[in-house]
Design a protein around this ligand. Structure first.
Ligand code: ZN
Length: 296
């Protein structure tokens, strides 16, 4: 592993980290951090019970701080980026993708392909600037067909714990972003191997077309878990407690537990978009409880 620490900020040990897997050169780019109120997590669970769990891991704060780890993979002639961060809308500690790509020596025009794990704003807002222009003009944008069709159609929000008003406004925002990038969009299904090294696996619940990706080079592999986890404490201890961002709340809990069990059993390395910087680690099981082991 090579790390570059030129511009250290106070939120992350570095703005990008280089890493490799077999023939693949990878860079994790930080888009920064966004704070979400504790009420976004474990909806329906009394605050005191949630705090009892969190207290075991440090002082209680009113917010969950979510990192945003963006993986860039160089493979043959491709420069593939997975998700695009918060864009210009979130401040003051997020939307750092472009600055940090520049520090890593990558220009927007160098990106040939963008893979979207799902269509939530903290993953797609980095596609366009504040004048609604394309930031990555040469990139094809890949998203699961199921995800695209859900947001474009008469979306069923009946299984979410969020308000219908928030969800309808979210859908409008997503449709607007899709309309700007429509000429760049390409769709995949759960069966298509992408760029000979990325296997999408449909893992629905958080959103209907939410995908995780197994990334392979030779005998080595790891899995990008996208938004299965938004933290490494509450959702590892109580995977069914979920978040208000889960479109199908129960199914998201089911998918989360399945991922915990499968990867604790296999011992395979994983990567999380919202797990502690730089996102790499292992899921372990001790005395029936799951734990996150951050390790690159
Ligand atoms: Zn997210």
């Amino acid at each position: 592993m090579i790390t570059d620490n030129k511009n250290v900020n106070r939120y992350f040990p570095s703005n990008f980290i280089k890493h490799s897997l077999g023939e693949l050169d990878m860079i994790v780019i930080s888009d920064g951090e966004v704070q979400y109120e504790n009420s976004c997590f474990a909806p329906g669970i009394p605050k005191t019970i949630l705090e009892e769990i969190l207290r075991n891991y440090g002082p209680i704060t009113p917010h969950f701080k979510l990192p945003h780890n963006i993986l860039v993979i160089r493979f043959k002639e491709h420069v593939i980026m997975i998700d695009t961060g918060n864009g210009y809308k979130e401040s003051p500690h997020a939307g750092r993708l472009l600055d940090n790509l520049a520090l890593a020596g990558i220009a927007p025009k160098d990106i040939t392909n963008i893979i979207l794990t799902h269509a939530h704003p903290d993953h797609i807002n980095g596609l366009i600037d504040d004048k609604n222009s394309l930031i990555f003009p040469k990139a094809k944008i890949h998203i699961s067909k199921k995800e695209f069709e859900f947001w474009q159609g008469e979306a069923d929000f009946s299984k979410s714990k969020n308000t219908t008003e928030s969800l309808l406004s979210l859908q409008k925002e997503i449709q607007f972003f899709f309309s700007i990038v429509q000429d760049q969009l390409q769709f995949f299904t759960g069966k298509d191997l992408l760029f000979e090294c990325l296997q999408p696996i449909l893992m629905p619940g958080h959103t209907p077309g939410h995908c995780i990706f197994t990334i392979t080079s030779g005998n080595e592999k790891f899995t990008h878990l996208a938004d299965i986890f938004h933290d490494e404490i509450m959702l590892f201890t109580q995977p069914e407690w979920g978040t208000i961002f889960d479109i199908d709340f129960e199914l998201a809990g089911f998918s989360r537990r399945k991922v915990l069990e499968d990867f604790a059993r296999s011992g395979q390395q994983v990567f999380g978009y919202h797990l502690p910087w730089p996102g790499f680690g292992y899921i372990c099981q001790e005395k029936g409880s799951f734990k996150w082991d951050s390790k690159i």
